[in-house]
Design a protein around this ligand. Structure first.
Ligand code: 1HE
Length: 260
């Protein structure tokens, strides 16, 4: 590094035991997602720190993420835009299917691309300040980071269309009722709950977690017949694993299982 130059990072990672807390750290820009930030998410989820069994994602400064960095986006040509969107898809697929359970603490802006990143996470906790919004219509653009698939599947195309057409905000309780969040907590309580849930999830059998993360949404894409067949294969793999041996034995011996 050249003298006097600072290495400004857009994320911050803290490790607590086997849980990583990944904070989006551009509070001056309300954690808007620029290329540097997406590259840092890419780097983290491509090679998670060794020994980490669950990840908590949050934002610094009272906002989770205000979406695509609009200042950076202003200058993209059509072809660059395709690759930019495809890169978001790749990184968000890695968050969703990388194998690590990811719990997000959602407050302030969970807007546009912020909602796209949030819906790539597996457990979503909303604080009262949260604002779920897809304002792309007001910006003259369209979603490009996976919302048509992820948010569309949570809300259904009909409700997502209405949300986009009107640019309405949903708060924590509405988000909870709609499935954008799984928990609604008080102000500043999200991280504590996230740590508690991360602990519970990290203590599950790793291969069971892997199947929950990978099999369910893939089966949703399949026909019923293919889904049932894939379920049988998943059941056979898990039910004959070391995890099953320990889980069943622990139950019969009336003790907590120890998988790792
Ligand atoms: C930004 C961004 C951004 C803030 N890109 N710079 N996302 C949006 O349309 C949301 C746009 N942001 C907002 O509506 C508001 O900033 C908030 C409601 C999130 C927060 O309001 P506030 O009053 O606390 O902050 P602010 O004064 O609006 O913003 C503070 C700074 O952050 C300011 O920069 P400054 O240099 O003037 O201090 C803002 O310009 C900057 N900032 N949000 C760039 N998003 C893969 S496709 C996904 C498509 C989308 O995500 S579309 C939705 C984009």
């Amino acid at each position: 590094m050249v003298d006097g130059q600072t290495s400004e990072k857009a994320t911050k990672v803290e490790i607590e035991g086997d849980i990583a807390i990944l904070s989006i750290d551009r509070p001056d820009k309300r954690n808007a997602m620029n290329d540097a930030l997406i590259d840092e998410l890419d780097a983290f989820f491509s090679a998670p720190p060794e020994g980490v069994n669950a990840v908590i994602m949050r934002g610094e400064g009272g906002h989770f993420c205000a979406g695509l960095d609009l200042a950076e986006h202003e200058h993209r040509d059509p072809i660059t835009n395709v690759f930019h969107s495809r890169n978001w898809h790749r990184v968000s697929e890695m968050i969703e299917f990388g194998g690590l359970p990811v719990i997000s603490v959602l407050n302030g802006a969970v807007i546009g691309g912020g909602l796209e990143i949030a819906t790539s996470t597996h457990v979503r906790i909303a604080e009262p300040t949260v604002r779920f919004q897809l304002p792309e219509g007001r910006r003259g653009i369209f979603v490009g980071g996976g919302a048509t698939v992820r948010v569309g599947r949570i809300l259904g195309a009909d409700r997502m269309r209405e949300m986009m057409l009107t640019g309405r905000n949903y708060g924590a309780e509405e988000g909870l009722a709609l499935g954008l969040a799984h928990y609604s907590v008080g102000d500043g309580e999200g991280l504590d709950l996230a740590k508690k849930l991360a602990r519970q999830i990290a203590d599950n059998a790793p291969f069971s977690n892997y199947l929950m993360i990978n099999a369910l949404s893939r089966i949703e894409d399949m026909s019923r017949a293919d889904g049932f067949f894939t379920e049988s294969l998943s059941a056979a793999m898990s039910q004959t694993s070391d995890g099953a041996k320990e889980g069943l034995r622990a139950f019969l011996e009336k003790r907590e299982p120890k998988f790792r």
